[in-house]
Ligand binder design. Sequence first.
Ligand code: HSE
Length: 424
Amino acid sequence: MIGKIGIGLLGYGNVGVGLVKLLEQSQEVVFSRTGLTFEVIGALVRDPQKPREVALPFLTDDPAEIYLHSKVDIVVEILGGIEPATTYLLEALKHGKHVVTANKAVLAENGSEIYGKAHSLKRRVGIEAAVCGGIPVIKALNQGLVANRINGIDGIMNGTTNYILSQMHRSDVSYQEALTQAQNAGFAEPDPALDVNGSDTAQKLSILARFAFGVDLPWKLIPRHGIEQISSADIHFARKIGYVIRLIGSGHRNGSGIDFRVTPALIPERHPLAHVQDEYNAITIRGDAVDNQMLYGKGAGAFPTASALLADMVDVATGGGIGIGQLNGIEPAQLTTLPTRYYLRFPIPDKPGAIGKLAMHLGEQKISIRNASAELSGSASNVGQVQIVTHQTYPSQIEKAFDKIIEDGLLLGDPVGFPILNPS
Ligand code: HSE
């Protein structure tokens, strides 16, 4: 494709308006760098009569008017949700269009089908905007780091949870208060379940798994823990021993398998990921040639997402996008687990033998304690906390110990356990 490229939008909400404004604002710089100009031909919307902040040549509620339009070269999907977005993307490919999407749920569920269909029809797909918004992580993996075998990634891939955890560290507020602040500041959805329970990060990690490690990883197979159980006691203890807590999506090679996880983790204060505040995202990538790199930026928002969409529009128009390498040689992910140190917290009553029994159960699972702290008396609710850092431990050991401790009736609430990020 050369010269003027026709764009059909599926969806015209905040991101769509951001894309149209960015096209206007960046027209000269994009042209000077690529020789391309883009023209938005029209958009699929629910209500074509509704007045819009930025007018387009036409609005329609019929998707075929977008993917059958003769002037549309690239269909940009910004609808969200798995259906009808998947069907529309496949239809657009069948009708000869290249596609660009910001839809992580579609790719996490149906990515293989979409890449396969595009490949068989000789069409191209751009997906940069679906993972960490404005951060060019897919392009880094596919292009800049193409010569590297990737051995590990650790990412803060969700702005909502990072905003909440940053607030808890900075302002000493509870999880609930921090969540309300995030909602008031527009960084959390009214229903934040998929963000705070780790599903959003798991979907992004499953998409990255293909590009980083060449594996197909259904997102529901990723062991996943959210941030709902994190309390001020966890934040205080982490700070006291020189750590911050962040929700991390990670993948680390271990022989022929990969340890994939989504979990809150204690990160040493000196680690670059510990400095990622508020709604920002960051991903560290360990390649065998480059060693460690970190990409940092805004993972959501109309303009950062539009920046990634526009980069993909250029990529697709110039023959780039998802290539044969993302289909050939892709194996189902072989999951494994690596040991890490763990942080554990147990809410227990102040009574004789409680700590002894706890330590016994940990010992029985061969969990070795490295550091322990107990705050048992003086609490108004009579719930004391025992906080422990372990030596290297497998998640299965922690799960078994938790089951036994709960069975023994030792606890006054749920136990909490997070890994401590291994040094790279
Ligand atoms: N809800 C996501 C976040 C943004 O909070 O980062 C879109 O993936």
